[in-house]
Write a protein that binds this ligand. Structure first.
Ligand code: ASP
Length: 335
């Protein structure tokens, strides 16, 4: 265990010098708030995006950011803020979550989502649901109204119906653009792991005025996935983690690598046990993902209100807002 953290500390030491040192857990009684969102990472380059699509993505990110920021500015909880932001992105067909989710090999949709409350470390997740309009709402219900952390497939849908969660016909998730991506993948015999078929997952992390944090992630997974494949998004500790003592993290990218590295939990561990900044910890863990051959990105907030991004792809749809006046959305790596 010790060697594990020391290795990361050495890898991250170059970054650690450049950033402010995080305050300790006891010093967090403050009234500031902080929010970061993502809409997926991948081969998102300026020359592959029309000005209209660029503007539409920015507008969608801004709408999600504004919804979450409003909750936090009014003194609401981090959980409510991330839910508000993720709901908007799930309903926006441009992102690979909820409406607009990618297609499986069999041209269906299987949705995954998770949520975590940093105050109590309660967590909820769902995997492979096909009729739940907003999987993030079901993940939250699993957390608050079941004795479990993760439900999957038909059972998760039975639970959803019992809880009065909105169900839709599977065709609700269909979009022409995602179907074309599946057809392209099959025609070119691309691997489901090919980079350009796996972006658009959504996530949000927040620190509220009460010093509590939360994280959530929602996705359709990867285009052409088969055999009931489940990625990192619904895995607590891989795609999502929140702990008021350390951080809130949501990830996007090549899920198999994020599971193997335990990305979200590793970032929180470096911040908690090694006292690393959010940026240093995120960069170190993303370097580890890259060393194994994976790619993607993370959004992280710290107890002192930092809101940071780290990604090793060409771009990541992202945004952040804080009570200190930061309010920005971005897409490409060079902005
Ligand atoms: N991480 C997601 C998965 O592997 C995909 C993504 O973030 O784009 O299912």
């Amino acid at each position: 265990m010790r060697g594990f953290f020391t290795r990361f500390a050495i890898a991250a030491s170059g970054f650690a010098l450049a950033v402010s040192h995080p305050v300790s857990a006891q010093d967090h009684a403050q009234a500031g708030w902080s929010l970061a969102i993502h809409g997926g990472a991948g081969t998102i380059a300026r020359d592959s995006m029309t000005p209209e699509e660029d503007a539409a993505h920015r507008a969608a990110l801004q709408a999600a950011l504004d919804a979450g920021a409003k909750v936090l500015a009014e003194g609401g909880s981090a959980l409510d803020a991330i839910e508000a932001a993720i709901l908007i992105m799930e309903d926006e067909p441009r992102f690979n979550a909820g409406k607009g989710a990618v297609y499986t090999w069999d041209a269906t949709h299987e949705l995954d989502a998770s949520i975590m409350d940093g105050r109590t470390r309660d967590a909820g997740a769902v995997a492979g649901v096909t009729t739940v309009r907003n999987p993030i709402l079901l993940a939250r219900k699993v957390m608050t109204d079941s004795p479990h952390v993760m439900l999957s497939g038909k059972g998760a849908e039975t639970f959803a119906a019992e809880q009065g969660i909105e169900l839709v016909p599977p065709s609700y998730f269909d979009t022409e653009f995602r179907l074309k991506a599946l057809e392209r993948m099959k025609a070119k015999q691309l691997s489901a792991l090919d980079v350009d078929v796996k972006f658009g997952t959504v996530g949000a992390v927040a620190l509220d005025k009460h010093g509590n944090m939360a994280a959530g992630t929602s996705t359709g997974g990867m285009t052409g996935k088969r055999w009931g494949r489940v990625g990192d998004a619904p895995i607590i500790g891989a795609g999502t983690y929140a702990d008021d003592r350390a951080c809130a993290v949501s990830a996007t990218g090549w899920g198999e690598f994020f599971i193997r590295v335990g990305v979200a939990r590793s970032i929180c561990a470096l911040m908690e046990y090694e006292d690393q900044s959010a940026q240093a910890a995120s960069d170190a863990v993303m370097d580890d993902v890259k060393a194994l051959g994976g790619d993607g990105g993370v959004i992280v907030v710290s107890p002192s209100g930092e809101a940071v991004f780290s990604f090793n792809t060409a771009g990541m749809y992202r945004g952040r807002a804080t009570s200190a006046g930061i309010n920005e959305v971005a897409i490409y790596g060079d902005e």
